[in-house]
Design a protein around this ligand. Structure first.
Ligand code: CA
Length: 705
């Protein structure tokens, strides 16, 4: 028992037995999910447990465990696997408390497992409507649960926050945290602080107003809410914790009729509790729409977009903010992971927060007041000359705002770093950043019209324009862009603000990192490999093929004196939906949890090599004007979800060869349960058919290459 895959529900009564069997009597005595304020404050000296999203409240994702180390790594073997019931992206950080693992999967499903064997203790499905998947910009992912005093909390893709009994999986409460008539989703992991569950939401690509809320962990009652962008002044105050600061100065940083598209500023990932200064740091996202001109007449800083906000955890009251990108216009965000540490600055030990946000600069910020200490680029960028340390503001390259002419901006909205967790090892003093180099040509969409509920950027992303991108033909320009699109594992010295070592990849997506006391860095990659490196110099030490693209970050924990390393494998997220590479041309297999230990005896049989589905072929001939119309609509509505392996590639879809079948899907919505809703609200029958014409034409072109 214990080394085979376990499928299906197991009676909750199994919990006590499982806990006893793995020698964790403490768990059954204290009750399952025994995470408290006191335990979290001392999590540093409790290395067997990974009790919160970033392990400790400083969220450094460093496990002090050292049984698996640079000398024993050769003995690292599979302990067990657990297969999920969905092949969508897996981004969760498993939480491990006293030998029990709590993990969420795509479509916001949650389960408890015996962390030593993988035996399922309970399973909970919140029954999200499949059509809601169409509101998820970047896949129906879930980044994890929070555990607190015998309860498991998580958000759902349809905007609910749910509390379960950690011992049984029984539902305790279920509250709706968003206006479900709007395109809000939740993909982030909640945090629990002082008995309050803190949760944000997503949807700025579709047009929503961002906020972060706190709910009482016992009752599910809302304690406070802080909006990150102002509402329509004509509607008056919100009756929220954010009212005061908007009245004082934040609303004045906006212009035009920003509220019509919500303004954006969603809190879609990073929230960290600073126990030392008793403050909540909240990462705020991009504007809605992206384009500053289309959003706010090109005027104003637009607070609190792309900002780190400090709030009072009890009341939600504003303390301070630091805005990374005033007048944000590229889909740059401050939602990336924040790590808390102390750093010596001019002879004084300063409490700092470190962040490697989308805009490619590594920020070290004094968390007492939000003042900037240092900022240097950790990845390629061409939007700013530097960040001014006096004002804390970037010195931008004017052309990067693409106001008068298109601009090939790096990084694009994909970001130089997104949700993939980074890690910080106090042993090496290095931050391990899954960095990216994704260029994209941005053009001001002067004819921008709002598509409520669909992508709204105010930016045109054409095939790489002539003159802007080297190459005489569209194919040559596309090939050039592909050649400079890269990923990189960067070991960053946050004091010197420079890379100690780095490893370049020829693909742009990346998995999260885990640093350990064994001087190891673990990282999974989109090619399905799970790898270990020497944290000191980047030497590649170990690898395991999971057959699934990896985007999540690993965790490490101990049960009964044995160290484990666990990783969620399952390709997805925004790049999983929007980019294709040769080695991933097949529908992804179901996601899987892979868990490793020294001398593990688990078995995994690798999948046979992928054989891509053939391109759709047809004898139909289309006129160039129709194809051009179809290309425009395809780029506006289809490519963001259908150009990667996660969802069907339309160029390889049999639906494209039948006008009737195509219409049934695109206009009539017969596949809405899968998330493919009817696009009739946004396109007409002529555009739908033109997209089909473009898809078949493009399929023939690609097949002929
Ligand atoms: Ca965004």
């Amino acid at each position: 028992m214990g080394f085979t895959r376990i499928i299906g529900a197991v009676a909750a009564a199994g919990l006590a037995l499982a806990a006893a069997a793995c020698g964790e009597l403490q768990a059954s005595e204290a009750g399952a999910g025994n995470v408290t304020q006191e335990r979290m404050l001392h999590a540093d000296s409790d290395p067997d447990n990974w009790m919160a999203h970033g392990r400790t409240w400083s969220e450094d994702r460093f496990s002090p465990l050292a049984q698996i180390n640079v000398d024993t790594i050769d003995r690292l073997r599979l302990a067990y696997t657990v297969e999920f019931d969905t092949n969508r992206g897996q981004e969760a950080t498993p939480i491990v408390v006293d030998g029990i693992m709590y993990v969420s999967t795509a479509w916001s499903k949650v389960m408890a497992l015996d962390a030593a064997t993988g035996e399922q203790l309970w399973f909970y499905d919140p029954q999200v409507d499949g059509a809601k998947g169409a509101h998820a910009c970047c896949d129906v992912v879930n980044r994890g649960v929070a555990v607190w005093k015998g309860r498991v909390f998580f958000g759902t893709i349809d905007g609910r926050l749910i509390a379960l009994d950690a011992a049984t999986g029984r539902e305790l409460w279920d509250v709706v945290t968003v206006d479900q008539s709007k395109p809000y989703t939740i993909t982030s992991a909640p945090r629990v602080v002082k008995g309050k569950v803190i949760i944000g939401n997503s949807g700025a690509e579709m047009g929503v107003r961002g906020y972060v809320s706190a709910y009482d962990a016992e009752t599910g009652e809302q304690a406070w809410r802080f909006y990150t962008v102002p509402g329509n002044p004509a509607d008056g105050p919100d009756g929220a914790a954010s009212d005061a600061v908007f009245a004082q100065f934040a609303t004045d940083t906006w212009a035009g009729e920003w509220w019509e598209m919500g303004g954006g500023g969603t809190v879609w990932d990073s929230i960290v509790y600073d126990a030392e200064l008793d403050q909540l740091l909240v990462g705020v996202g991009n504007g809605s729409p992206w384009n500053h001109r289309a959003r706010s007449d090109g005027e104003g800083d637009n607070l609190f977009l792309a900002s780190i906000l400090s709030l009072d955890p009890e009341t939600g009251a504003y303390n301070w903010h630091y805005q990374l990108n005033p007048g944000e216009t590229w889909d740059y965000t401050a939602t990336q992971q924040m790590v808390l540490t102390d750093m010596e600055v001019e002879g004084e030990s300063v409490p700092v927060v470190m962040q490697a946000p989308k805009n490619a600069f590594f920020y070290v910020i004094d968390r007492r007041d939000g003042s900037l200490i240092s900022a240097e680029p950790y990845a390629m960028q061409n939007w700013a000359e530097r960040i001014d340390l006096e004002t804390g503001r970037p010195v931008e390259i004017a052309e990067a705002r693409f106001a008068d002419a298109p601009y090939l901006v790096t990084p694009s909205g994909i970001g130089a770093h997104a949700y993939h967790p980074m890690s910080y090892s106090p042993q090496t003093g290095l931050v391990y950043i899954p960095a990216m180099q994704p260029p994209s040509a941005y053009l001001d969409d002067t004819d921008y019209t709002r598509n409520i509920g669909r992508w709204n950027t105010g930016v045109i992303f054409l095939a790489p324009p002539e003159g802007l991108v080297p190459g005489d033909t569209p194919e040559a320009r596309r090939a050039y862009l592909t050649s400079i699109t890269k990923g990189e594992l960067v070991a960053w010295d946050p004091v010197k603000q420079e890379a100690r070592w780095s490893i370049e990849r020829d693909f742009p997506w990346n998995g999260g990192t885990l640093a350990t006391g064994g001087n190891l860095v673990f990282q999974g990659l989109p090619d399905g490999s799970f790898n270990a490196y020497d944290a000191r110099d980047g030497e590649h030490l170990w690898s395991f093929n999971t057959d699934r693209g990896i985007v999540a970050g690993a965790v490490s924990y101990g049960v009964g004196g044995v160290q484990y390393v666990a990783i969620m494998a399952g390709y997805g997220g925004s790049m999983g939906m929007a980019t294709e590479a040769d080695w991933m041309r097949r529908p992804p297999p179901n996601g899987m949890l892979f868990v490793f230990r020294l001398d593990g005896e688990g078995r995994y049989d690798p999948l046979p090599p992928a054989t891509p589905a053939p391109y759709a072929t047809s004898d139909e001939v289309f006129d160039p004007a129709t194809v051009a119309l179809g290309q425009q609509a395809y780029l506006g509505f289809c490519t963001i979800c259908h150009n990667g392996p996660v969802n069907p590639n339309l160029m390889r879809s049999a639906y494209a060869t039948s006008p009737d079948a195509w219409k049934a899907v695109v206009m009539d919505g017969v596949l809405s349960d899968n998330g493919m809703i009817s696009f009739a609200p946004w396109i007409d029958a002529e555009q739908s058919e033109a997209i089909r014409a473009y898809v078949l034409t493009e399929a023939a072109r690609r097949a002929g290459q």
